[in-house]
Design a protein around this ligand. Structure first.
Ligand code: PGA
Length: 266
């Protein structure tokens, strides 16, 4: 697909960083670093820890800042005895728009399964938020030639029972696990190839319209220096950014990837 009308989504996944004071400071810095021209061509979502969400919501709304509010995780049940968990409706009530689901850290450290990811996708959609569904292979799987199968299996499971219209509206993030937080990035060719595979899987499951509408992000050590090359690939519609989203200048330069073709300053 040479051209498309998918607006790229650049998402900052802050992980377990920044208390609510620090979050407020970063949002204010970002509001200066990102211009109105930038947000005409990209969507931006910020995914703070739960304890920061109310603070970030307040500043986004009171200062009318052009960032969508995101969360990193939620439970799939609507309520109940689930100590430590947060229900999708609680996030919706805070005007959260995007929720990351099935991040590899949640899968590896907290035992999230494909079935749980699927249940969460449905629960998030039922609460009128957009899931960012993560998939990706380990280094061993890549070296064994199993990367495609792994990603196909994860995407197929995540989309089970989801209507084609809903699939078209969601976001899938391809994040090779070996590239997350390691400074190693997939080559633009490898990232493009896997994102094209994800789109092909969506097409097989949900049809042409869903495949041409679904936004597919790349994630894994995205930085200003590599953002342009990755984000100008035909099947890559944005980035899920961890480390580089914690600093306003580097996140803004990723948002402005079109202007930074030869950015080698970080
Ligand atoms: P990273 O994290 O940019 O620090 O590699 C990406 C992610 O885990 O979403």
């Amino acid at each position: 697909m040479a051209t498309n009308n998918r607006t790229p989504l650049i998402s900052g996944n802050w992980k377990m960083h920044l208390n609510h004071f620090e979050a407020l400071k970063l949002v204010q810095e970002l509001s200066y670093a990102v211009s109105t021209d930038d947000v005409e061509v990209v969507d931006i979502s910020l995914h703070p820890p739960f304890t920061d969400i109310r603070t970030v919501q307040t500043v986004l709304e009171s200062d009318r800042l052009p960032f969508h509010l995101g969360a990193q995780h939620c439970h799939f049940e609507a309520k109940g005895a689930f100590t430590g968990e947060v229900a999708p409706s609680m996030l919706a009530k805070l005007n959260v728009s995007y929720v990351i689901v099935g991040h590899s850290e949640r899968r590896e450290v907290f035992g999230e399964t494909d079935e749980m990811v699927n249940a969460k996708v449905k629960a998030i959609l039922a609460n009128e938020m957009i899931p960012i569904v993560c998939c990706g292979e380990t280094l061993e799987e890549r070296e064994a030639g199993e990367a495609d199968d792994k990603v196909r299996t994860q995407v197929t499971a995540a989309l089970k029972g989801v209507s084609p219209e809903q699939v078209g509206a969601l976001v899938i993030a391809y994040e090779p696990i070996w590239a997350i937080g390691t400074g190693k990035t997939a080559s633009a060719e490898d990232a493009q190839a896997m994102c094209a595979t994800v789109r092909a899987v969506v097409q097989e499951i949900s049809g042409n319209d869903a495949a041409s509408q679904v936004r597919i992000q790349y994630g894994g050590s995205v930085k200003p220096v590599n953002a342009n090359e990755l984000l100008t690939q035909p099947d890559i519609d944005g980035a899920l950014v961890g480390g580089a989203s914690l600093e306003a200048d580097s996140f803004a330069r990723i948002v402005q990837y079109r202007l930074h073709e030869n950015d080698s300053t970080s």
